[in-house]
Each structure stands twice: as structure tokens, then as C-alpha cells.
Design a protein around this ligand. Structure first.
Ligand SMILES: [Zn+2]
Length: 432
């Protein structure tokens, strides 16, 4: 099956400026990328698609994705959903994100042990259309920290909640091994506290686990070639993560000069994803969702946004790979599906040019997925994971947020979305 795309503006994901040209896709791969002056080597294509006025770019990667967090207003809501329903909700979210331009999802934790894994496997087996996924399990976290919903009077079973509580290296080892048994690609560990957990003495400046506990997880992960991603807001936590060889550090707002030096030194092996969508939406949209927050709470959100902004500007300047993906779905102010807002935040707040934000979401996103030799660029030999946009995202990065202007999405050469003007909608269930 040969499909010829003609007259597009091509942003190839490498960081080079867009150019006019055509692309030839054979089955699941790109076989030729030709500037407008050249001839696409396809005398008899099966389909020719005229892309005049459209921009073609690589599909994006969501670097901090939670397909099983369904716009929560309380963490208990994630517990209440039955596992069977939860898998279907997560699948629907994964498909929706694909149609919104995210051809790859890097999970930052699943609300139950195998929800991500089940969705990933069903997609990979061809039961359903869906994005490429790296699946995570639950967050592994010590007692008295983010996500610990137990009290002295009751404890939820391990398999219904989004954190597994562990104390001591042996328990971290066991939880990591169980996550590996479940089939995850990424093990998630909560290294620090977070906003709203100060009542447990675990606010966002506190490192809540011991280095031997993180080392225990790394030992399990490294032996199995799994990745480790951490929730880590504190400065000493960031240093611990870099020392231990953590692959992805989430948030990192309080990283001090020494921690930033360490990140810069390790920039070829570590990724940082600030997950800025969540705190920024909490600050900007809380009233819209009827949240009556105190002036103290709002002041603390303002200061959080300032802190993360200053840190990410500096890390970007230092050449650290800072990636978009913003905890969409984890709280009602930040609905899942609006994930491409992160690129706009990178431009408005973190000092990225629109092209740099696109590269972070595409070429560098593919590096995060460990698929940089096959995805993330419009390049011969690469999978045809492609977007067709009505307009130029370098001129207006917000068009990536507008489903109406995402004219087509292809994953591996198959249309996941095809607007009427290109020949109509695609059924969500794969044809037999
Ligand atoms: Zn998250």
C-alpha cells in the first residue's frame, strides 16, 4: 500500500525549519521525503493526498501520561472504579489522545496494577487502535506520603489504589519485582512529598525515601532493562535520582544549583518532565471548577508555578531534555485530552521557541520511548506516525490543542483520524 502526500509543509522533528515537500508512505513506514523541487519516486501510488495548506509533523509523545486518571476531584475516585471499567476508561483515553496527536504515551503511573499493561497489550495485539505505549504500574511510595490513603482504621487492598505503600529496601524490591511481573515498562517511585501532603510532614520540599530504597528499585529495574521514573519535587531528591541513575525525573521544581549541575552533567541519560499543566491549571482555573480555595493556598500555587518556571528555564538553557506532559486527568482543573496545552506552556513560561517545544514533543519524546531510531521524525525508514495540521504550529503552537485543526493522525501508516476533507472518519475498532 503506497500513499503519496503532496504539497505539505513538512516539519520533520529534527529541529530544522519547515519546508515544502512530499512524503511517500509504504505500509507502516515512511519511504521517501522529497522537497517540492524533487519528484516523489512513486509512479503508481494507491492513494494521493493533496496537503496544500497543511503542515505534516511527527506524532507527539506525552511524557507524563495517566490514561487511568479520569479528571479526578479526589484520589478516592480512582479507587472506586472497578478494574474492568477502569481498563475500558483508560483505553478510551488512550484512543482519544492518539486522535489528538499523541502517537506515543509514556505512562507516569497507572491507577491499578495492570490497567496500562492491559491497554498496551490489547493495542499491540491489534484488538484496538491506539497509540504506542510504555506502561507503568502503581506509584511505589513510603507510608505517610502522596497517595497514602490508609489510616489506622482501614487499609485499602494493594490492587485497588494508585500507590503501593512500602517501607524499607526489601519492600521496595518486592514492589518493583511485582510491577515487573505485571509486565510494566516503567517503574514509578515517589521520592519526594508533594503539595497538600504537609499534614503528613511530606510537603514538596521533603525527600521521603531513603537512598537504599531507591537503589533497591534501580537494581530490579536495571537487571530487567526497565526504566524508572520518579515523582520528585525536592532538591535532595533530584540529587538522589541522578546518583542512582533514574531515567525520568518528574516535576523537580526545587532543584538547587548543585542539583541542576548534576542534571546538566547527566543530560544524555536523564529526562526531566515538569508536568506543569497541573499546577498551572490549578492556579488559573480553580474558580471555574467551583473550588473555594483560601488565599494561602492560591499564594502557594503561585509560588509553585514561579519555582518550576525558574528551574525549567534554567534546565532548558543548560541543554537538559525537558519534555512536555502535564499530569492531565490527575485533577479536574486539568482535563485529560487537553495535553497539548503543555507545548504552549513551554513557549510562554519556560523559554522554548515553538520549534523547540515541537522537538521536545517529537524527536526527544521518541528518545524517551527508546524508539528514536524509528519514531519522532519525518524521515525515510521511520514509522509513519504523522500529523496533518490545518496551519503552521510554529506560527501558532495552540493549533495543536484544537481537534478541528488536527486534520489527520497516522500511526504506523494507518489513519487513526482522518477529517472529512481527507475522506472521512475512521472507526475506532480495527477492521478484522
Ligand atoms: Zn503524575
Amino acid at each position: 500500500m503506497l500513499t503519496k502526500f503532496e504539497n505539505a509543509t513538512i516539519i520533520d522533528g529534527s529541529g530544522s525549519a519547515g519546508f515544502k515537500g512530499g512524503v511517500l508512505v509504504e505500509d507502516e513506514r515512511i519511504v521517501a521525503v522529497v522537497p517540492a523541487t524533487g519528484e516523489i519516486p512513486a509512479p503508481n501510488p494507491d492513494t494521493v493526498i493533496d496537503c496544500t495548506g497543511l503542515t505534516m509533523m511527527p506524532g507527539m509523545t506525552e511524557a507524563h501520561c495517566h490514561i487511568s486518571f479520569n479528571d479526578l476531584s479526589s484520589m478516592y475516585q480512582a479507587v472506586e472504579i472497578q478494574p474492568e471499567d477502569h481498563s475500558l476508561i483508560a483505553l478510551a483515553n488512550a484512543q482519544m489522545l492518539l486522535e489528538r496527536g499523541f502517537t506515543s504515551l509514556f505512562s507516569a503511573a497507572s491507577a491499578k496494577p495492570r490497567v496500562d499493561v492491559a491497554v498496551r497489550d490489547a493495542i499491540n495485539r491489534g484488538l484496538f487502535a491506539g497509540p504506542r505505549m510504555r506502561a507503568a504500574g502503581q506509584e511505589i511510595s513510603p507510608s505517610g506520603n502522596l497517595g497514602d490513603l490508609d489510616t489506622n482504621y482501614f487499609a485499602f487492598p494493594r490492587n485497588v489504589r494508585f500507590t503501593v505503600t512500602c517501607d524499607g529496601a526489601d519492600e521496595f524490591t518486592k514492589a518493583a519485582r511485582l510491577a515487573a511481573r505485571d509486565g510494566v515498562d516503567t517503574i514509578k517511585v515517589n521520592v519526594s512529598g508533594d503539595r497538600d501532603w504537609g499534614h503528613m510532614h511530606a510537603d514538596d520540599t521533603v525527600t521521603v525515601i531513603a537512598e537504599r530504597e531507591l537503589a533497591a528499585v534501580m537494581e530490579v529495574a536495571n537487571a530487567r532493562r526497565l526504566m524508572v521514573a520518579t515523582h520528585c519535587t525536592s532538591s535532595s531528591g533530584v540529587k538522589m535520582c541522578v546518583r542512582q541513575g533514574v531515567h525520568v525525573i518528574y516535576h523537580a521544581p526545587h532543584a538547587d544549583e548543585e542539583a541542576r549541575d548534576m542534571l546538566e552533567e547527566a543530560r544524555d541519560r536523564v529526562f526531566v518532565a515538569p508536568a506543569a499543566g497541573l499546577p498551572i491549571s490549578m492556579l488559573r482555573r480553580h474558580k471555574e471548577f467551583g473550588l473555594n480555595w483560601s488565599p494561602e493556598k492560591i499564594a502557594s500555587m503561585e509560588s509553585e508555578v514561579e519555582t518550576v518556571t525558574a528551574c525549567m528555564r534554567d534546565l532548558h538553557r543548560r541543554g537538559v531534555r525537558v519534555l512536555p506532559g502535564g499530569d492531565y486527568g490527575a485533577f479536574i482543573t486539568n482535563p485529560i485530552g487537553e495535553n497539548a496545552k503543555d507545548l504552549k506552556l513551554f513557549v510562554d513560561l519556560f523559554g522554548f521557541s515553538p520549534m523547540e517545544a515541537i522537538v521536545a514533543a517529537t524527536r526527544q519524546g521518541a528518545e524517551l520511548m527508546r524508539m528514536e531510531t524509528t519514531t519522532g521524525q519525518v524521515k525515510p525508514g521511520y514509522y509513519a506516525d504523522l500529523l496533518l495540521l490545518d496551519g503552521d504550529p510554529v506560527e501558532d503552537i495552540t493549533l495543536l490543542q484544537d481537534p478541528e485543526r488536527i486534520v489527520a493522525v497516522l500511526k504506523g501508516g494507518r489513519f487513526a483520524k482522518r477529517a472529512q476533507r481527507l475522506g472521512g472518519a475512521i472507526p475506532r475498532r480495527k477492521a478484522a
